[in-house]
Design a protein around this ligand. Structure first.
Ligand SMILES: Cc1cc2nc3c(=O)[nH]c(=O)nc-3n(C[C@H](O)[C@H](O)[C@H](O)COP(=O)(O)OP(=O)(O)OC[C@H]3O[C@@H](n4cnc5c(N)ncnc54)[C@H](O)[C@@H]3O)c2cc1C
Length: 382
């Protein structure tokens, strides 16, 4: 087993790091403070191939692996986890169209998504169905060559700004088998948005309800067969969870590096903070948790790339571990900074605020345990 990155991986890791340092890090605090969705910088990221990371090359994608994607997201999130996480969601939506769309749909939607001329959102959650996503109630009723959509989606990242909404809607009976995946384009009559949500973090990306009122969408916008939508949504999330975990790792790595610097230059009791063993042990534990989280994310990605039967479980384990570890590391970093960590003059409080939601979305960390336990018990019966 070889844990080293390949030359190609080292090259795009370096390019992502340079982009994050030059274009994202200097602006991240302002994007957070002023709630700016940085469209221009996102399009620059797209020009580097980060908007269709594992979309196939014939429609403008980069054709990279899930493992490659986790390396990229770690770098981007070290500068701005919120913006990196939006890029992850955009990639997830694009991949669903690439993987399950037909030739015409791929050619129609993906080239503009890969350049971020169009932004994408993933629409699963509803006001009444969060963790129990398969109970979603947004209806799509067939009327000739259209579906008529009624219902609403909650907490949609990119909501109101995105051009393409990849929506899970009910075309059949109760449960996961009644769900289909339909792309709704901005500007479609009957598509509306709620007010922008006011959030603890993730302020560089909009979040809003997406509302359908007799919204007529061509049948040609359905991705995959009727009834396949829930499976498509869950497969999207396997990779999405790895990326969100990788975003937690990137931010936690940055928090650790800031902390190492701070304890080295700050003195109390006539000596550098770094000379106190209690604080050295904190750094050691933070670094160890970070390393373990990265290994789990990369193993989950390796499993997903190989379509391993345990991939969903390994992705859920990795998401749970990496997002919990990431938040804990940022919280420890804040403690190591003392009162300064609490101030917006330092990046730590922003990193911590941004990482908190990673424990909640793309399936809460309780739901990750549900997924892991279900697979463990299935394996017992195999
Ligand atoms: C900033 C932000 C952005 C988001 N972006 C998107 C997006 O782009 N697209 C999208 O579709 N969704 C998005 N979401 C929604 C997110 O995925 C949901 O909030 C999440 O899945 C949890 O659903 P819920 O909020 O309804 O909580 P609930 O499902 O009501 O859960 C409440 C609590 O109960 C726990 N719980 C529920 N069921 C169980 C169980 N069986 N066993 C143990 N514990 C359980 C949960 O873990 C949680 O702690 C976003 C959310 C936020 C906050």
């Amino acid at each position: 087993m070889d844990f080293r990155l390949s030359d190609d991986q080292l090259a795009f890791q370096a390019s992502a790091r340079a982009f994050a340092v030059e274009r994202m890090a200097p602006n991240a605090a302002r994007w957070d403070e002023e709630k700016i969705f940085p469209e221009e910088v996102l399009r620059e990221a797209a020009a580097l191939g980060f908007a269709g990371i594992y979309v196939q090359e014939d429609v403008g994608g980069s054709g990279l692996s899930r493992l490659d994607a986790t390396i990229l997201f770690e770098e981007l999130a070290a500068a701005c986890p919120s913006t990196a996480a939006y890029i992850s969601i955009h990639n997830m939506a694009a991949w669903m169209i690439d993987r399950f769309g037909d030739g015409e749909q791929r050619r129609r939607f993906l080239p503009k998504l890969c350049t971020m001329e169009h932004f994408a959102s993933y629409c699963l959650t509803e006001p009444g169905s969060g963790s129990d996503a398969a109970s979603l109630r947004t209806r799509a009723v067939r009327d000739g060559e259209h579906y008529v959509l009624n219902g609403s989606k909650a907490f949609i990242s990119g909501g109101g700004r995105s051009d393409i909404y990849v929506c899970m809607v009910r075309t059949g009976g109760d449960g996961p088998g009644g769900v289909s995946c339909i792309v709704v384009e901005k500007g479609t009559p009957g598509l509306a948005f709620g007010a922008q949500e006011r959030k603890l973090g993730w302020n560089s990306q909009p979040t809003a309800m997406v509302i359908f009122e007799d919204c007529r969408v061509p049948v040609a916008n359905r991705i995959g067969a009727e009834g396949q939508g829930f499976r498509i949504a869950m497969m999207g999330l396997d990779g999405g969870r790895l990326n969100i975990g990788a975003c937690s790792i990137g931010a936690a790595r940055a928090a650790l590096e800031f902390s190492r610097e701070h304890v080295s230059v700050r003195s109390q009791f006539g000596r550098p903070l770094a000379s106190f063993q209690a604080l050295q042990f904190k750094l050691a534990d933070m670094a160890t948790e970070l390393e373990a989280a990265r290994l789990m994310i990369r193993q989950g990605a390796f499993a997903l790339d190989r379509a391993d039967p345990d991939a969903t479980m390994l992705c859920a384990m990795a998401k749970r571990f990496a997002t919990d570890a990431g938040f804990a590391i940022c919280n420890e970093a804040l403690q190591l900074h003392g009162g300064y960590g609490y101030l917006k003059d330092y990046p730590i409080e922003r990193l911590m605020r941004d990482l908190r939601v990673h424990q909640i979305l793309e399936g809460t960390n309780e739901i990750m345990r549900v997924i892991v336990a279900r697979r463990l018990l299935e394996q017992r019966n195999q």
